[in-house]
Design a protein around this ligand. Structure first.
Ligand SMILES: Cc1cc2nc3c(=O)[nH]c(=O)nc-3n(C[C@H](O)[C@H](O)[C@H](O)COP(=O)(O)OP(=O)(O)OC[C@H]3O[C@@H](n4cnc5c(N)ncnc54)[C@H](O)[C@@H]3O)c2cc1C
Length: 476
């Protein structure tokens, strides 16, 4: 019997454990244990229903184009619970001096592909619009090595595009800082396009041309998918299918060791268990702490992955109080606006049926790279800040019926310049440690689908690393 430990019960660890459970059901001789330090599974995924409204403390959906999450949901019998975003109302605004300016139509990534909307948008000055046109004819030299997303954007389209477009998009999605994030890790397609076409506008226009006509006309699948009653449905469905006695909540793993015969020891407050394989489905800083005793260089590489923290403040209103909101999914706030809020989602507009018809929900996102001090503010102060900013930006003075806050401390990995080299060092170190695998948001994508995929791959890797050797019985 092969024994495998999964450490961390967020979606990456759950996905790994579910893959192991499926292998067990298919007849493989394996046992697994899942260790989670908190008193609940799901990690940053936390959903609740308040006054009939779904409130998400962590992720509220996943990108439809990344198939791993929807596939997992279907496998778990949740196909009828999948809910597509209401893309007929998909419009995102950028806040400029307290005004909401819609992102111009035809933007692909950060590159304008439609002349008229770009020419007419008040989002960019004429200088920037001219620069965008020039980029088509006189693209800049490509960079030699990795660079930040801000640096690449600046080379092609100038600083205003960084401030008004790229920086708010990245802080809204990654809680990240465009001047730190690696373009090769975060937007690899842009790098390939630059290599092939030099001009990003030319590359995007070519990509647009290749799109099937239906896709251009808007018949593409919705951009986001969620679960009707909350992302936690996915967590609960996996949890129900795991072997009950093999899931240990409130059980942080304190130490990890590897004996000369390749057997792994996992130590918790309950004792030390011995395993043939270990999957670390933790934030990289937590994995670093555990693997340092086993391999210092691997520990150092993992410790070098920066993380940002965030806060979600969700406010429920009478729908009538929100009647003056513009059509759209919400807005992003450039850092240059000097606000605490990075983004605000109009939840009732993004997904139909997650709030009662007479209710509306705003989900505000605060924090991000370099803003950890906000997490120490009291709930009352954070609510006050958010209400003040909503009033300034939306003119919204109504009192919310409910407010829910969630702090996610050091939860969002930041793929800084050089991230790909770091992950290469991690991969190389792992080849010398058979039976050890890593999963989660620190490596190849921070979204829920990527975490699910890395969990599945980690399970496959430890199963494949299986020798005929069997670890002694669990001692914990
Ligand atoms: C506020 C927020 C909004 C987001 N929005 C989206 C979104 O809309 N769409 C999207 O796709 N992605 C989104 N993301 C990203 C995505 O949700 C996360 O990257 C993903 O859920 C992380 O999953 P994970 O399992 O890797 O890590 P986590 O969820 O962090 O789980 C790790 C688990 O390990 C446990 N743990 C830590 N140390 C130990 C230890 N020593 N022993 C045992 N257990 C331990 C922790 O308690 C935790 O439960 C968002 C993230 C945040 C924070």
């Amino acid at each position: 019997m092969r024994r495998i430990a999964v450490i961390g019960g967020g979606i990456a660890g759950l996905s790994a454990a579910w893959s192991l459970e499926k292998a067990r059901r298919a007849g493989q001789e394996i046992e697994y244990r899942l260790y989670e330090s908190a008193d609940r599974l799901g990690g940053v995924i936390r959903s609740e229903t308040v006054e009939g409204c779904v409130v998400e403390g962590g992720p509220d959906s996943f990108l439809t184009e990344k198939p791993a999450a929807a596939r997992l949901c279907r496998e778990l019998g949740l196909a009828d619970q999948l809910l597509a975003s209401n893309d007929s109302e998909r419009r995102t605004y950028i806040v400029v001096r307290n005004r909401l300016i819609p992102l111009p139509d035809g933007l692909m990534f950060m590159v304008p592909t439609k002349l008229l909307p770009t020419a007419l948008t008040p989002l960019f000055s004429w200088g920037t619009k001219l620069r965008m046109a020039r980029e088509y004819l006189f693209p800049p030299e490509p960079a030699r090595g990795d660079e930040s997303v801000a640096a690449m954007t600046r080379r092609h389209f100038g600083q205003e595009t960084v401030e008004r477009l790229v920086s708010p998009l990245l802080s809204g999605v990654y809680g990240g800082d465009a001047s730190q994030l690696s373009v090769r890790a975060v937007l690899p397609r842009m790098v390939t396009m630059e290599q092939e076409h030099r001009s990003l506008t030319r590359a995007m226009l070519a990509a647009r041309k290749r799109m099937p006509s239906g896709a251009k006309a808007g018949s593409r699948p919705a951009m986001f998918t969620t679960l009707r009653d909350g992302m936690s449905q996915m967590v609960d469905a996996v949890a129900e299918r795991l072997q009950l006695g093999w899931v240990h909540l409130r059980t942080p793993v304190h130490a990890l060791a590897r004996a000369d015969d390749g057997v792994w020891s996992v130590t918790t407050h309950a004792g030390t268990g011995r395993f043939d394989g270990v999957i670390l489905a933790l934030p990289a800083w937590a994995s670093a702490h555990l693997v340092r005793e086993v391999d210092v260089r691997l520990g150092d590489a993992l410790a070098g992955v920066p993380y940002s923290s965030s806060i979600t403040v969700t406010l429920g209103y009478e729908r009538a109080a929100l009647s003056r909101l513009p059509v759209g999914f919400g807005y992003l706030v450039p850092v240059t606006e000097g606000r605490a809020m990075l983004a605000c989602t109009f939840v009732h507009a993004k997904f139909a049926g997650r709030t009662p018809a007479d209710r509306g929900v705003l989900r505000c996102f605060l924090g991000g790279a370099g803003k950890d001090e906000l997490l120490d503010e009291s709930d009352a102060r954070l609510t006050e800040i958010v209400l003040g900013e909503l009033q300034a930006i939306l003119g919204l003075a109504a009192t919310p019926r409910f407010v829910r806050l969630e702090r996610s401390r050091h939860a969002m990995a930041q793929y800084g310049v050089g991230h790909l080299e770091r992950t290469q060092r991690v991969r190389e170190a792992l080849t010398a440690l058979p039976g050890l695998a890593l999963a989660g948001n620190a490596y190849e994508g921070i979204g829920v689908p990527d975490c699910i995929r890395t969990g599945q791959q980690a399970a496959e890797a430890v199963l494949a690393a299986g020798t005929q050797r069997s670890a002694p019985a669990y001692a914990g």
